[in-house]
Design a protein around this ligand. Structure first.
Ligand code: GLU
Length: 425
């Protein structure tokens, strides 16, 4: 707020307020130029589109879609497309801001963007989802492209969705343009290792943090994972394969718990057959809320935002939390956890593996030269481990928590670039 204007149109959204609060905190800790900080609190550009779809029964339903380009100082916009019934323009703006910070933090030559359609994708048939995706892509086609803004998958979208985005954009231009989107199937220019990259990255960070906290990666260490989708299931599988005891996992159908540890590959097989975790044998049913408060050393929230708040943070028992989801902890919740001495590896670091391999995919598409999976994975690990230790170093130097340190680093890189480029006109 300044003397010239009132509150931003986005500020009614909880996640947006939470992200702005995080930026303010990091700015004051890092002593950033207030003009730069102010510019980073507003998205560069936001597009709202209407997406009419002919449903299978012949009726026409018009959905609302968004694409927000938060900042493009370092390169083209980058960020996923979310299909969820609760998506709003303000939520997308908040998530786009986090993408700017994420790309800057891990040193990518990319800016931050995000898109979304306000729809429950589980209620759509395949044909309806395809029609929705093609019309949405058409409506945002003038602002996306391999040099402009490169979407990817997010909550409610997957490789098939990205294939439709790629095809629609290519049909409009008249030739194949794989670099317009990442998270595509490998057969049309996707990268090996992209699908599993976010979950893998979460575990790379968790391992590094656990070393510092002297938490061993063995059966003594109990882990709970919220979310069993693209991020959570892989994170659970990877941390399980390191030898820890994953006692609980959950999805939209609820959670499952076994104090002796769950067989994660068997849970994945169950979900493949049954669609959801619910009903998995050899485990006790728990709620998503109960999972967060279990007696575990490590907690990985890999589902949605705002799940750990001022109301339940005091009941969280984990010593180490790595945010696989974007924004799972509110500022009030974070403050309580930090006071309790819980180490929180923030989203822009913990889940950056996805956008890192998206960057690799984009580079491969532009060069039409594709890498082996072990090259993708080892480059991912190098970047993640480096970013983790850089942030940890800043945490010690600034005597602050990891979230503020990560945001401070991200904003310092952006500040340098923004000051060099100068203010136009
Ligand atoms: N949706 C993912 C995220 O939130 C990936 C974005 C991307 O790869 O562009 O980080």
């Amino acid at each position: 707020m300044s003397e010239y204007i009132g509150d931003s149109i986005f500020s009614s959204n909880e996640l947006y307020r939470s992200v702005m609060n995080q930026l303010d905190r990091a700015c004051s800790i890092a002593g950033l130029d207030p003009n730069v900080a102010d510019r980073l609190k507003k998205p560069k550009r936001a597009l709202v589109v209407s997406v009419p779809v002919r449903m299978d029964d012949g009726s026409i339903h018009t959905f609302e879609g968004y694409r927000v380009q938060h900042n493009m100082t370092l390169g083209p916009g980058k960020g996923g497309i979310r299909y969820h019934q609760d998506v709003t323009l303000s939520e997308v703006a908040a998530l786009a801001t986090l993408m700017t910070m994420k790309c800057s933090l891990v040193g990518l030559p990319l800016g931050g963007a995000k898109g979304g359609v306000r729809v429950n994708p589980n209620l759509l048939s395949r044909a309806e989802k395809q029609a929705l995706t093609r019309r949405y892509t058409t409506e945002i086609s003038m602002i996306i492209g391999p040099d402009k803004d490169i979407p990817a998958s997010d909550v409610g979208t997957d490789g098939q969705t990205m294939a439709w985005v790629m095809d629609t954009f290519s049909q409009i231009k008249g030739y194949a343009i794989p670099g317009v989107v990442t998270g595509k199937p490998v057969d049309i220019g996707g990268s090996l290792g992209r699908e599993e990259s976010t979950g893998r990255g979460v575990v790379f960070c968790t391992e590094e943090a656990a070393k510092i906290l002297k938490i061993p990666m063995n059966q003594q260490t109990k882990v709970a994972v919220q979310g069993f989708g693209k991020v959570g299931a892989i994170a659970a599988r990877e941390i399980h394969s390191l030898g820890t005891k994953v006692v609980a996992v959950s999805d939209v159908s609820g959670g499952i718990y076994n104090e002796k540890g769950l067989d994660i590959p068997a849970c994945m097989e169950w979900v493949q057959k049954n669609g959801v975790l619910k009903g998995y044998p050899n485990a006790q049913a728990i709620t998503n809320e109960e999972l967060l408060e279990l007696n575990v050393e490590i907690l990985l929230p890999c589902a949605m935002e705002n799940v750990i708040t001022g109301k339940n943070a005091a009941k969280v028992k984990a010593r180490l939390i790595a945010e696989g989801a974007n924004g799972p902890i509110t500022p009030e919740g974070h403050e309580i956890l930090v006071q309790k001495g819980v180490v929180v590896v923030p989203d822009i670091l913990a889940n950056a593996g996805g956008v890192i391999v998206s960057y690799f995919e984009w580079v491969q598409d532009i060069q039409s030269f594709f890498w082996q999976e072990n090259e993708v994975n080892s480059r991912l690990k190098t970047l993640m481990v480096q970013a983790f230790h850089d942030v940890h170093g800043t945490t010690e130097k600034l005597k602050t928590d990891m979230r503020s340190a990560a945001l401070a680093r991200a904003m310092m890189r952006l500040e340098k670039a923004m000051l060099l480029r100068g203010l136009f006109p």
